[in-house]
Ligand binder design. Sequence first.
Ligand SMILES: Cc1ncc(COP(=O)(O)O)c(C=O)c1O
Length: 486
Amino acid sequence: MKLPARGLDRDAVLEKLETYRGRDLPWRNGRSFGIAFDGGREVESVCREALARFAYDNALDPTAIPSARRLDMEVVGIVTEKLGGGPGVTGNCTSGGTESILLAVKAARERHRRLKPRAGRPEILMPRTAHAAFRKAASYFDLDVVETEVDPATFLADAGAMRKAVTERTALLVGSAPCWPYGVVDPIPELGRLALEKDIPLHVDACVGGFLLPYFRRLGATFPEFGFGVPGVTSVSVDLHKFAFVPKGVSVLLHRDADFRRGQTYVCADWPGYTIFNPTVQSSRSVGPLAAAWAALHFLGDEGYLEMARQELEGMRRLIEGIRAIPALEVLGRPDFALVAAKSDSVDVFHVADELQKRGWDVPVQLRCHDLPASLHFLVTPVNARLIPQMVSDLRPAVEAARGLPKGRLEGALTDLLASVDPDEPHGKLVSRLFSLAGIEGTELPERRAPVWELLEALPPEVRREIVGEFMNLLYTPEACPAQSG
Ligand SMILES: Cc1ncc(COP(=O)(O)O)c(C=O)c1O
């Protein structure tokens, strides 16, 4: 694409932009149980306006734009109060869960270097269910990840296994409230005791559920404490762009006190340009997302979030009941929050997802990982919760249709293909042979995704990583941009 020689008028620009959405997932229709944290059109409209009004303001220098700092600190204050934080608790808004986790890990690494300079390469000790962002942080900031098994029935972190894995190099312990794959809240008080005993920071990843879980508790749900009321918890991340229904770009990272935050921030006062003091990874950044977060919190208020939580909790219970009534499916663990995973021993869940897609539902899958089975993964929101009875009534025939479809079709072909690999074969050629085995043409995924998931599951992890990386490289080339429908 080239820059137009002469600018278009406002309406033409906006109209053209809208045509780009032609192939996007229609997530506003309530039929998506995937990536849309949809709180409905009312809160969206208020946030949209707040975002637009502050879009061009730069949070780079909070002394020049004090509104940026005020919005940041007021949002931090609201989240601190929700998580039982006292006066010493401090923190910042970041651009999302990953950034909050990156910064929590960086802060822990700096602390470890300071207190145990001779301990060697620092480690993050975490249950297998901890979010991939911790692995990303380890790879960015040069730490190792030590992973412990979770309980095979409850999918909860095993504090005993973590205790055994602690070494001099352990720089950070991690627990989730809840974990993304199964929606269960780890035994944070037990992890807190371990953290205190060994004097190691404990980060609670409450990115997905941290904001609404206190409301779930008010509605009668029971699960372990996970906030600053738990001795030993030193930092907590809570994403507002998930279940606080704020547009993308806002998470909150809190520390028990300013000392734990020290390693999070970056200062540079010895280069020829302006003095840099950043609490986040980004330097120049829009105030828009902060304004949108503040707007959502004030628009919905305590009562509004309680009502959202009630809809989610009821939706989650109805969904679990509906899945349990289908003998071929099994809910994994006992979800505490609005994330429900279901496996099957008799049908291929990848085919079930395809059959649901044929019936107009978007339900993602999770691949098998070590001993953890492949599963369907449902994210319940106040909007899709209303359609759960319809979704469940389509789930039953989807399972029946999947029963007739073959499982493990690619295995033989893949074994043959991998056996025939010539070590001198150009890398790209092998990748394209693997792609075509799964029905991937260029960057177009097949309508039915089961062969793609099957292929990824069957590949050794290092090959899997490579081919996903290669696919991403191809996706992000100008030539691969999809033609739009408009
Ligand atoms: C528990 C948990 N932590 C971290 C993240 C990463 O958040 P983000 O996608 O905002 O970077 C997610 C995302 O779903 C999550 O569920």
